[in-house]
Design a protein around this ligand. Structure first.
Ligand SMILES: [Zn+2]
Length: 489
């Protein structure tokens, strides 16, 4: 008896905390099918879409498909009647750089430039030698307003390098990284070619703003200090020198678009639930062998078709008289791969007031498994749910237990996780405006950002389960009595 009564009690507690599934929600959740997801993904991630690179033809075709899909569902175009929110961007061509040691021009095959920006003619700066950039070396060095030359450890990354960051924090205006070995210099040359130009920004690059570093060969480094490389390496009698350089890059405009479908709510229609996924990807890899098209089936075709499926389910619910109380904005954004640009543009130019925006549920890669979950039950990484609203976190947990029973993996939600995933997809542009978010993610796998991220590698049963989980979460948030409370900063 006792055992039974405890059993009954625990059932009661379970029911109280997780709730019974709502049959109406389940009816529309069930309309999210593997077949639909597959049909749409086969189009979105086809070779014809050419990898959907921001501003390119493939992205425009994907945009047209999504806008037509929203139109078919009778979703409203909320941007003066249109589904398109234009996102004006700027691009720069590969930089043309010239460097002089004193008055001597350094031969162009002896240096590389990793970065972007333009100068108005020659910049002349005192040049100081920063050795290997150790704390002891940097401490006594005055680099403020000067150029600095430093040796980095072999194989060190030029981007996000701690030594370079420190030099910049100490006020260095230009950074020169000396590379001793010619094969290392050749490796970096290849990288510089791949990264040069083509970056996109929301802000028009102005002359004078230089970001990045120069990489110089052993020969150029010795020329800059008018000494031998051996002496330079040993930091023997290295006298301060001067350097001048100029950088020019052509700036041009690129047009891109976020695609929005709006479903108006009923009695709480002023409050908006936002569901996002990025539909852009990284385009065509000119240097790849064989298949060059980065189809981005998982990244983020999977999120895009999940948004389409959710839009279809909610719009059918509304047609049947079961529409959500709050409004829902289905938004596929552009420019994610170029630095979360489309979502940043939206957050700076919102179509609906941000103070009426209740949540952003962002989906970026939900069609695959990562190596850590090769044989695990259906899972998804859940990131950010508890950062701004404890209510959102509880709702997300309970909704999952009521409807989906996915394993929620919070690995990447740890504030000190080195991958910093919380800052790396479009939800961040909502979170930074203090709007609660949840980010759904399947992890990094071997086809990440490669032409092999193809439709036939998608696990559609898993994709459907995850898409339904986001759907039920949106359903609960859109239909509950009270707006989610933001109780954390
Ligand atoms: Zn992505």
């Amino acid at each position: 008896m006792k055992k039974i009564s405890i059993f009954c009690l625990s059932l009661l507690i379970l029911n109280l905390s997780f709730g019974q599934p709502n049959p109406t929600a389940q009816k529309y959740g069930a309309s999210i099918t593997e077949a639909d997801l597959k049909e749409n993904l086969t189009i979105i991630a086809s070779d014809a879409m050419e990898g959907r690179e921001t501003g390119k033809r493939g992205q425009k075709m994907a945009a047209a498909f999504i806008a037509a899909y929203f139109e078919d569902l009778d979703l409203k175009g909320p941007v003066s009647g249109s589904h398109y929110q234009p996102v004006p961007l700027f691009t720069t061509s590969a930089p043309v750089v010239a460097i002089k040691a004193g008055t001597t021009e350094i031969s162009a095959d002896k240096y590389l430039f990793f970065g972007s920006g333009r100068t108005n003619g020659d910049v002349n700066l005192p040049l100081v030698f920063a050795g290997k950039g150790s704390d002891a070396e940097l401490e006594k060095l005055d680099v403020n307003g000067k150029a600095a030359l430093v040796f980095l450890a072999e194989g060190a990354s030029i981007r996000n390098n701690a030594v370079l960051t420190k030099l910049r924090e100490k006020g260095a205006r230009a950074l020169f990284v000396a590379v001793e070995k010619s094969d290392e210099f050749a490796r970096l040359s290849g990288m510089a070619r791949r990264f040069s130009g083509g970056s996109l920004s929301l802000k028009k690059p102005e002359a004078g703003e230089i970001t990045g570093s120069f990489v110089v060969s052993a020969e150029a480094a010795s020329q800059l200090f008018n000494t031998t490389f051996e002496k330079l390496k040993k930091a023997e009698k290295v006298k301060p020198a001067s350097v001048s350089y100029s950088i020019s890059q052509a700036v041009s405009e690129v047009r891109s678009e976020n695609i929005l479908g709006f479903l108006e709510g009923s009695d709480k229609k002023d409050e908006v639930v936002v569901v996002t996924a990025h539909y852009d990807h990284i385009g065509i890899s000119a240097q790849a062998e064989g298949d060059k098209i980065n189809n981005g089936a998982d990244d983020d075709g999977s999120g895009t078709v999940a948004v389409l499926a959710m839009a279809k389910a909610f719009s059918q619910a509304k047609k049947d008289g079961n529409g959500p109380r709050r409004s829902i904005l289905f938004m596929t954004v552009t420019g994610e791969e170029k630095g979360l640009l489309g979502s940043e543009y939206y957050s700076e130019n919102p179509v609906f007031p941000l103070d009426k925006t209740v949540v952003d549920l962002n989906i970026d890669m939900i069609g695959r498994r990562d190596p850590a979950h090769k044989d695990s039950p259906a899972y998804v990484y859940v990131i950010g749910s508890d950062r701004l609203s404890s209510e959102l976190h509880t709702l997300s947990e309970n909704t999952n237990k009521t409807y989906s029973n996915l394993v929620f993996d919070y690995l990447y939600n740890a504030e000190d996780h080195p991958d910093r995933i919380y800052y790396r997809s479009d939800h961040w542009n909502f979170a930074k405006k203090n709007i609660p978010i949840i980010f759904y993610f399947d992890g990094v796998h071997e086809d990440y950002h490669r032409p092999s991220d193809e439709v036939d590698k998608i696990e559609f049963d898993l994709l459907a389960l995850r898409a339904k989980n986001v759907f039920y979460t949106a359903w609960e948030i859109a239909n509950r009595d009270n707006r989610l409370v933001v109780d954390k900063k």
